[in-house]
Ligand binder design. Structure first.
Ligand SMILES: [Fe+2]
Length: 407
């Protein structure tokens, strides 16, 4: 089980988790060199170099997988599972894609406006998000999928719209009314506007930030708030969410070091969506962390970065294998998750697309929760589409053969 711990709690023999992520703006003092801790001298060295935390695997040799632990966690949650989609994935996906690209265009417009010194248009942003909210209500898996599979030229734009989308999906799962979903969406779109006032060389730095650089990064929530204060008609909840999206449960966040009870729920939801998207995004210089691993890492941040119950609900909302994940099946075939299964999180619906040699086959729908010709078909592991050089996007619009599938 992955857990974020203080460097003071490191012990020889502990296994530091591989974390090929761009986490410096979230966890600037994180020790990330994977492998076992050899001895006390190494711990002393890590401490001297200024690291404060590390992710360790506390039960590296346990027969219980992270996925099985997450399943237990999800099923133990008393919150109702996500509602059944009102419409099927195939009926909603085209409309969701259009809505997503419309919201992305507006995100680009806002960021350009701010760079040019113009005011932010709240009304236009809220209108541009209506389609995303509607799609999340009709079938949230379409939006979760698009947030993972849509590739855009600029990380800043795609990250902003993805945070908006994931926040809306989680808000919908929590049963928030539509006007709150609008707050979440617009706040997600605008959460990092303050970064436009920080030098690009710091924002785009690949690697550990110096204390001085991190001090500059820490200003961006307040810089964002100032930008919004100069624009008319921005709801106070949006401003507060933007200002608080880097605060943490235990008060170790920035800019004010507020504890959970002093923060707003919108800011806390943005924080979950922000970290999830940062961990699972491909950048030109690093591969994404697979969604199921990212959720296990986030669970390891409970009681520190996140409220334990809130991060558990977030995992329950997305499922262990969120829509859009590429998975390897026990038959050797590969498939893409397109519908999560809140009652049986390890058994989502899959579109099987490749045989064991990675050759495309006619797409077939398989519901893992329904016995398939007596075979005990299950997911072996999440797979990285980048590693296999697979572009998943076309498969979400491909015709599907509904005949029974022989494995
Ligand atoms: Fe941020």
């Amino acid at each position: 089980m992955i857990k974020k711990i203080s460097v003071d709690d490191l012990k020889p023999g502990m296994e530091v988790v591989q974390l090929n992520a761009d986490v410096w703006q979230y966890l600037p003092y994180l020790y990330t060199k994977p492998g076992p801790i050899e001895n006390e001298a190494q711990i002393e060295r890590i401490r001297r170099e200024g690291f404060l935390h590390a992710f360790v695997n506390l039960e590296a040799d346990s027969p219980v997988s992270d996925e099985e632990r997450l399943e237990k966690l999800i099923l133990a949650q008393d919150h109702a599972p996500r509602r059944k989609p009102k419409k099927s994935f195939d009926k909603v996906i085209d409309q969701a894609r259009k809505a997503y690209s419309q919201a992305l265009d507006q995100t680009k417009r806002i960021i350009t406006d701010v760079k040019m010194g113009r005011q932010v248009d709240y009304q236009a942003s809220a209108e541009a998000l209506e389609g995303v909210i509607e799609s999340a209500i009709q079938n949230a898996d379409t939006i979760v999928c698009l947030s993972k599979l849509s590739k855009y030229d600029s990380y800043t734009y795609s990250h902003s719209i993805n945070v908006a989308a994931i926040a809306v999906v989680f808000g919908e799962f929590l049963g928030m009314p539509r006007k709150d979903l609008e707050v979440l969406g617009v706040a997600g779109m605008m959460h990092d506007l303050g970064k436009t006032a920080i030098p690009n060389r710091i924002i785009n730095k690949r690697g550990r930030l110096t204390p001085n650089e991190f001090d500059q990064i820490k200003k961006h929530p307040i810089l964002g708030l100032k930008i919004l204060e100069k624009s008319p008609g921005i709801p106070v909840e949006v401003m507060q969410a933007v200002a608080e999206h880097h605060e943490k449960y235990n008060g170790s966040g920035y800019p004010h070091g507020l504890r959970k009870q002093d923060t707003c729920v919108f800011g806390r939801i943005l924080s979950l969506a922000d970290v999830y998207d940062a961990l699972t995004s491909d950048r030109s210089y690093k591969q994404a962390i697979l969604p199921n691993k990212a959720l296990a890492i986030m669970y390891g941040m409970r009681d520190q970065d996140f409220d334990a119950r809130e991060v558990q609900l977030f995992i329950k909302c997305l499922g262990i294998f969120p829509a859009g994940s590429l998975v390897k099946l026990s038959s050797g075939n590969f498939g893409v998750v397109f519908e999560s299964n809140p009652q049986q999180p390890l058994l989502p619906k899959i579109k099987v697309i490749l045989d064991e040699d990675l050759s495309p086959i006619p797409a077939r729908l398989v519901d893992l929760a329904v016995p398939n010709n007596g075979s005990d078909l299950r997911i072996l592991e999440c797979a990285d589409p980048g590693q296999y050089k697979i572009n998943l996007k076309p498969y979400f619009h491909s015709k599907v053969d509904n005949s029974p599938f022989n494995f």
